[in-house]
Design a protein around this ligand. Structure first.
Ligand code: UDP
Length: 234
């Protein structure tokens, strides 16, 4: 395996799949199968899952809800997804721990960096819920920050496209996928890989990001093995 410790960022929005419910059990199942295979290869895995399928802070004001309150609602939404993912993984016989950036003792542990690392060393998958616990951040920033804290080798950003393109591949058939990009190039070309906070954290800490298609079977394993199956930003 090329990477020994990975931080996997999963979008909350993708959890909806083709269903009208917030969480599509087929998507959860597929995530678990991908994750389990990688875990079985001895890779240490930490996961950050978004909350966009349930609530985003950005939606708050239109609903007459205070923005900061909305961000906390978004953070709680990520905990719901994290709990669903935890349960699904455990059904697959994978040991997990859920650690949250907001204290909620009845459902999960608080985030304690050293304890998170210990869980990983013991072969447990650590899911980070509730973002970093502060409003005005995103789960992308959470992924970057936690990855740095736990000294992950790479951030894998699972999306519905297989990498970063010169332009929107859904609109322009002549769009070309980048295999690798430097942080500087990605910035200059204004390629929206992650929000700026998340992106800058990775750049300043020399933490590579790989954007890849999480819906393609076997892709996560390929990437963990170091195969070229997405866009590497370093
Ligand atoms: N959020 C926050 N602080 C954090 C992480 C998340 O305030 O540290 C809020 C923010 O409002 C965000 C929402 O939680 O819109 C859900 O997360 P995100 O939009 O990143 O989820 P995704 O787009 O990945 O599904």
């Amino acid at each position: 395996m090329k990477y020994k410790r990975i931080l996997l960022k999963l979008s909350g929005e993708a959890l909806t799949g083709n269903k009208t419910t917030n969480i599509d059990p087929d998507v959860l199942e597929q995530y678990c199968e991908e994750i389990k295979v990688v875990k079985e290869q001895g890779v240490q895995l930490a996961i950050v899952i978004g909350g966009g399928n349930i609530f985003r802070g950005g939606q708050a004001e239109a609903l007459g809800i205070d923005r900061v309150q909305g961000d906390y609602m978004g953070m709680l939404a990520t905990v719901i997804n994290a709990m669903a993912l935890q349960s699904a993984l455990e059904r697959h016989g994978v040991f997990t721990r859920l650690m949250a950036g907001i204290k909620m003792e009845q459902v999960c542990e608080p985030f304690i960096r050293r304890r998170a690392i210990r869980h990983l060393e013991k072969g447990r998958i650590v899911i980070f819920g509730a973002g970093i616990g502060n409003p005005y951040f995103t789960t992308d920033s959470t992924a970057s920050l936690r990855a740095i804290e736990i000294q992950a080798d790479v951030v894998l950003k699972g999306t519905r496209v297989d990498g970063v393109y010169t332009k929107d591949p859904l609109k322009f058939p002549d769009a070309v996928r980048y295999q690798t990009l430097s942080f500087q190039e990605a910035y200059e070309k204004n390629l929206n890989i992650m929000d700026m906070t998340a992106f800058t954290l990775c750049q300043e800490n020399k933490l590579p990001i790989i954007v890849f298609d999480m819906n393609k079977k076997g892709n996560l394993l390929k990437i963990a093995q170091g195969e070229e199956a997405g866009t590497l930003i370093r």
